[in-house]
Every structure is written in structure tokens, then in C-alpha cells.
Design a protein around this ligand. Sequence first.
Ligand SMILES: C[S@@+](CC[C@H](N)C(=O)[O-])C[C@H]1O[C@@H](n2cnc3c(N)ncnc32)[C@H](O)[C@@H]1O
Length: 321
Amino acid sequence: MVASGKNNLDNLLSNRVDPSAGDFSEALDAAYRDMNITIATSRAHYAHNLQADHLDYSHEDIYATAQEALTRAIADEERTALILGAGGCGDIPLADIVSEFDKTVLVDTDTSQTECALGALPFAMLGKISLIKADVAGVAKGFDRAFGQAFTAKNYKQYTQRAAEILRGIDITKSRFDPGQKYSFVCSHLLATQLVNIPIMYLGPVSAERFNRSFDPFTPSGADDVELVEAIRQQLVDIPTGHIDHLRHLVKDNGTVHFADTLTARVGGRWLRALTSDVFTRIDTNFDRLRGATTWEFWADPELGYQVGSFALAPKDKVVS
Ligand SMILES: C[S@@+](CC[C@H](N)C(=O)[O-])C[C@H]1O[C@@H](n2cnc3c(N)ncnc32)[C@H](O)[C@@H]1O
């Protein structure tokens, strides 16, 4: 018998692809895969030194909020965990969650690193796990279509106008991933800003290159792309705030949510805001805080630093939106 590996996983796991991530362009698939390879590579170099505190704090916070969900579950209720943007799971107390919940569902747009992480778990645990390739916000294909206009538009101006129009039409409330049930514990760890950043960072430059233009999602390169940059900025607010509403829809009324993301990122020697304040307003509209927020610095490598904010949340009585 082989101890681990993809074939074993295919047999033992409930594994599927959601339509939200079913037919990504090659460039988009590569964007998610490359991002996860970058994370895995920097983890291999720095997990034991530069990233050690970040990994400890992440595990502690996620575990504490998961425990609170188990405490709140009523007798005989199925205790279920949903891990969104699971990636390589290095910052998630995966084995503890899988062993303590009745069922764990892992979701990512790129499941290759998640499969590696699952390959390290004992076989007996795999029967309690489902792995779904899905786009949590359901917006990635919209970005794909927007930036793909570069390849049919006759010039840069036409491309940016068409792309802006498509981006303005993206509405997370209509596209978000629906797993068909609610969960006792929902984990969204360093995902919310990635929902927008990965498509922009990877697809934007490729498209602009076709017209020999530089691309910065925050600064127009001239009058031609003001409209596109404005549409991107709007989605940088709407998608993460919509994600908070989504978390409320995904969790049971007596469940808990772990939400963490980068508050600021160290870019070019300056700390730049990542999450907007609208996200915090939306957290407090939907949830009560189980304890005070925690913050810490996360250095992915010596050049790339983030400030992480971590929130332990329990739903307010009503689903707000
Ligand atoms: C910063 S990583 C999380 C780190 C990961 N837990 C680890 O330890 O390697 C964010 C993850 O979210 C995934 N992701 C990004 N956008 C997504 C989306 N729209 N839907 C689902 N997963 C997404 C990425 O593929 C990546 O695995």
C-alpha cells in the first residue's frame, strides 16, 4: 500500500470542482497555482524563523475560535467546519480541526497545495474531508473576461473601457459560492484581499503588455485607463465587504467565524493599507466579537511584510443581507 499521494487521495476524498472555478483561462489557473507555489516556497525557507510567530498566532487564533464553535454546538448536531482559501494549510491547525469536527470541507481555487497537505494526514481522517475547487466570491471569471478584452480590442482605450464596464457589472451577492449548507465553524484566513489581488496582479500586467503599457491597479498610466483603475478600486472595497456578508450566510446561527487578513502591506519601504475600513463596519453589522481582535506582523520573506488583523466572530441574530 502507498502511504500517501494523489491516487490515494482521489480514492479516499470527496473531491469536486464547483462551476465557479470550472473553466478558468490558462492564465488565471496559472495565477492561483503560481501564488500557492510562491507561498509554499517561502514557507519552506522561513517557516522556522521569519514566519514562526505568524504561524503560531494563526494556529492559536483559528483553533480557539473553532473550539468555541464546538462548545456552542447542540447535542447530536453535526459539527462541520468550512475552510475557505485553504491553500497549503500551513497556517491552519488542520489535523486538530479534522479530528474534532464530524466533517471538514476545504475550498480553494487551486487545490494542488491542499492535496499535498492532505497527503500528510493519516488515512483515517481523509474520509471526513471534502475538497472543493471553487472561487469563493465567484468573481474571478469576471476579472478573466475583463482583462481578456485586451486580446480582441482594437486599442488600449477600447480595452480599458470594455474591461471597466465588465468590472463594474461584477456583483458578489449574485456570484458567491454556495456549498448548499451552513457550517458550525467557518475559517477565512488571509483570503479576503486575495479575492481581488490575485486576478489583478497577474492578469492586469499581461493584458496591458499587449499594448506595451505599464499597469498599476492603483494609479492610471494616463487618461485612457482612469475609468478602469476606478472600477478596480471600487471592487477592492465591494468584494472584501461582500465576503464578510458571505461569511454570515455560510455559518450556522450558533456557529463561529475566524476572519483574518492583512491590514497593511509593506511596499517600497512604506506600510500601505490593504483592507478598507468598510470591512470592519461590515464585520460589526453581521457579527459580535467573541474576544478582542489580535494583530501581528507577518514577514513572508525579508522583503515582504504584512500586518495581520485576526477576528473571532459569532453571528448576530439575523442574516443582514
Ligand atoms: C494567503 S493564501 C492562504 C495561506 C494558506 N492557508 C497556506 O497556509 O498556505 C490564500 C489562499 O486563498 C486562495 N484563494 C484566492 N482567491 C480565492 C478564491 N477566489 N476562492 C478560493 N480560494 C481563493 C489561494 O489560492 C490561496 O491558497
